[in-house]
Design a binder for this molecule. Structure first.
Ligand code: SF4
Ligand code: SF4
Length: 293
């Protein structure tokens, strides 16, 4: 179950990459900017702000009705047939989630093989949590490896060691988030403990597989974790780079389109100066390769 395949990504590992977004995630990070990645199921996003009440979609199903000349969407009545997505002139509908075979994913990725190879890039399996669908990752990786494609896996790390062991032979680089070292803070931010995540990062480090570590910096949530994370990272020998991801609230509208409440209270995104200060702190704690996202 895939919710997007995006070519020409430059923030998901080295070079120009095609990022494959696997649907479904066991974490519930309060700042998640891909809320459509959370559920493993196919679902519909409806953006009320794009709807002009042209009423073209009235009558195509029981989910779209008109009242007083205005369009009303009743999500519970949607059967995910997809007719509205093609019909709406304002692209107010988006069906998220498509079942794809490894061959279909690989074909989509290989369209941009020349750019990936020319830039030292490759493919990045992301999500959601790609390793919830580890067998699909492996099948896709097998095909792509035959074409010499570099493979990065962007994982929450919240997976069993046996699952990691399955994907390791195909992985050139792992991308891990560290959201907090204090487990209470981690549970508050994500809903799960960080024990398995930190163990998995140490395990990958012990195998000397290159890693990129990301620290999503979320004011009022995990801002006090910077130096603790730096202390942990400085003892790892396989970290190529540590990136600091500043909080942004661009996803708030997406939550509305899914009929979900945005889980964070109002938080002011950090300024460039604030992020520079965080990076200085991290460098001062011994992680010299810390950079902004
Ligand atoms: S996906 Fe089908 S059932 Fe759902 S709103 Fe669109 S047309 Fe109606
Ligand atoms: S077709 Fe699109 S713009 Fe027209 S009423 Fe339906 S959702 Fe609104």
């Amino acid at each position: 179950m895939i919710f997007a395949i995006k070519p020409f990504e430059i923030h998901d590992g080295d070079g120009i990459r095609t990022t494959v977004f696997f649907k479904g995630c066991p974490l519930r990070c309060k700042w998640c900017h891909n809320p459509e990645s959370l559920s493993f199921e196919k679902e519909i996003l409806f953006d009320n702000e794009l709807c002009t009440s042209c009423l073209s979609c009235i009558g195509i199903c029981n989910a779209n009705i008109a009242k007083d000349g205005k369009h009303i969407f009743i999500k519970e009545n949607c059967t995910l047939c997809g007719k509205c997505e093609a019909l709406c002139p304002n692209n107010a509908f988006d069906i998220s989630g498509k079942e794809m075979s490894a061959e279909e994913i690989a074909d989509a990725v290989l369209k941009d093989e020349i750019f990936m190879k020319g830039s030292g890039g490759g493919v990045t399996f992301s999500g959601g949590e790609p390793l919830m669908q580890v067998d699909l990752c492996i099948e896709t990786a097998r095909i792509l490896k035959k074409h010499g494609i570099n493979i990065a896996v962007d994982t929450s790390g919240f997976v069993k060691k046996e699952t990691l062991d399955k994907i390791i032979p195909y992985t050139d680089t792992f991308l891990f988030d560290i959201k907090a070292i204090d487990d209470d803070v981690h549970i508050k931010c994500t809903g799960v403990s960080n024990n398995q995540i930190l163990e998995n990062i140490k395990y990958i480090d012990s195998l000397s597989i290159p890693m990129e570590i990301r620290y999503p910096y979320i004011p009022a949530m995990n801002e006090g974790e910077a130096e603790k994370i730096a202390e942990f990272v400085k003892n790892l020998k396989s970290v190529k780079v540590m990136r600091i991801l500043p909080y942004h609230n661009y996803a708030e509208r997406k939550y509305n389109t899914l009929g979900l409440n945005y889980p964070l209270p109002h938080i002011v995104p950090p300024t460039k100066e604030e992020i520079s200060g965080v990076i200085e702190k991290i460098k001062h704690s011994g992680v010299k390769n810390a950079i902004p996202y």
